[in-house]
Design a protein around this ligand. Structure first.
Ligand code: SF4
Length: 115
């Protein structure tokens, strides 16, 4: 009986993960050039109501970020004052740091409408 309950719990967890935006962020390391925790928090707030399954990566450096997050549908790799927007690991455009959240949320909205 216990096994059934555990299995059900796992299924429910998987189901929850399939819905809505999944935010992935890098563990950060010496290369990290942005305040990633604050960035994650702001994006999380912006995508809370979206139910379309999408994976969004927020990465701490431009050099390794896009490659490390190539499984994600979309993401931003941040650098000092500037960064890049990428989709499936490919850089789409460069961005100023002050535009990160605004541009990313706009792009996510466009992807949601396309799906
Ligand atoms: S993306 Fe950059 S900052 Fe983040 S863990 Fe990888 S190398 Fe470090």
């Amino acid at each position: 009986m216990e096994e059934v309950r555990v299995g059900y719990g796992i299924l429910r967890a998987l189901d929850i993960r399939k819905r809505g935006v999944e935010i992935i962020s890098c563990p950060t390391c010496g290369r990290c050039e942005i305040d990633l925790a604050r960035f994650v928090e702001r994006v999380e707030r912006g995508v809370r109501k979206i139910s379309t399954p999408l994976s969004v990566a927020l990465m701490g450096c431009v050099v390794n970020g896009p490659g490390e997050a190539k499984e994600a549908d979309i993401g931003i790799a941040g650098g000092k004052g500037a960064g890049v927007l990428f989709k499936k690991g490919k850089v789409v455009r460069r961005l100023k740091e002050k535009d990160f959240v605004f541009v990313l949320l706009n792009e996510i909205q466009k992807m949601v409408q396309e799906r």
